[in-house]
Write a protein that binds this ligand. Structure first.
Ligand code: 6PG
Length: 241
């Protein structure tokens, strides 16, 4: 596990962008699963402002780790956020953008997307392998859209599952734990003081932390990187910065 701790959200976004630009550099094709949430939003802004000419966007193939089951024009849509903050500002071939269709029936879409991943990506023991999965972590320890009350979805047979947000009841389509842990690299982007308690639990594996889906992230074949700001890292015992 590689823990990177930076001053604030802006610095996290800059460092992650630089890491991202570097990662795709020597590849002919780079398969990435994006996440929703507030940190990716600023990462996309920084990618556009400072790195748009350092990335060969035609080689980057975009997928999502999770999507809210709403239309692509809804403010809740992770795809819409990505269009506004990234795709509308860079030159990326349309066929490189593989969104989860949030407007379709969730069960059918989970199946369709799982098939798409199987066709497009290399597979390791039948599990599609991303070059990079970007994850956020919720205040409750959820990641992608696997929430603590449905933690069994992590080990589902299907590569993509239908999840339900615990408060709003909103349906989500999410990749499962096997797909996350088969990735060549997984990067958590976590910022803000509200995350400090769960960051400590998950990183230090404190008692009871197994209840948080984020604690199950453990890429067997690859690297796990945490991009944290000081506020999110504040409760760690060994603050390496
Ligand atoms: C989503 C997510 C989700 C998110 C976390 C953290 O679509 O909501 O992908 O897992 O990454 O809830 O979100 P923040 O970065 O906004 O705290």
């Amino acid at each position: 596990m590689d823990l990177k701790i930076y001053k604030d959200k802006q610095e996290v976004a800059e460092q992650f962008s630089s890491y991202f630009a570097d990662k795709q550099k020597d590849k002919d094709a780079f398969y990435v699963a994006l996440s929703g949430g507030s940190t990716p939003k600023i990462v996309f802004d920084v990618l556009v402002e400072k790195f748009s000419d350092k990335v060969d966007w035609s080689k980057v193939h975009f997928y999502w780790g999770d999507e809210r089951c709403v239309s692509p024009t809804d403010d809740e849509s992770n795809y819409k956020m990505t269009v506004e903050h990234l795709f509308s500002k860079i030159k990326v071939p349309k066929e490189n953008i593989n969104r989860i269709l949030g407007e379709k029936s969730p069960e059918g879409e989970a199946l369709r997307y799982a098939n798409l991943l199987e066709m497009d990506l290399d597979r390791v023991e039948e599990v599609p392998q991303f070059d990079l999965v970007i994850l956020g972590m919720g205040d409750d320890g959820h990641t992608a859209s696997i929430f603590p009350h449905e933690i069994e979805l992590w080990d589902s047979e299907d590569h993509c599952v239908v999840a339900t947000h615990p408060d709003s009841g909103q349906k989500r389509v999410s990749i499962n734990g096997k797909v996350i842990n088969t990735a060549k690299e997984v990067a958590f982007l976590v910022t803000g003081a509200s995350k400090a308690e769960k960051v400590k639990a998950v990183v230090e594996k404190t008692e009871g932390s197994e209840a948080y889906p984020a604690s199950l992230v453990n890429p067997a074949l690859g690297n796990l990187l945490w991009f944290l700001d000081e506020a999110a890292a504040a409760r760690l015992n060994q603050n390496p910065s």
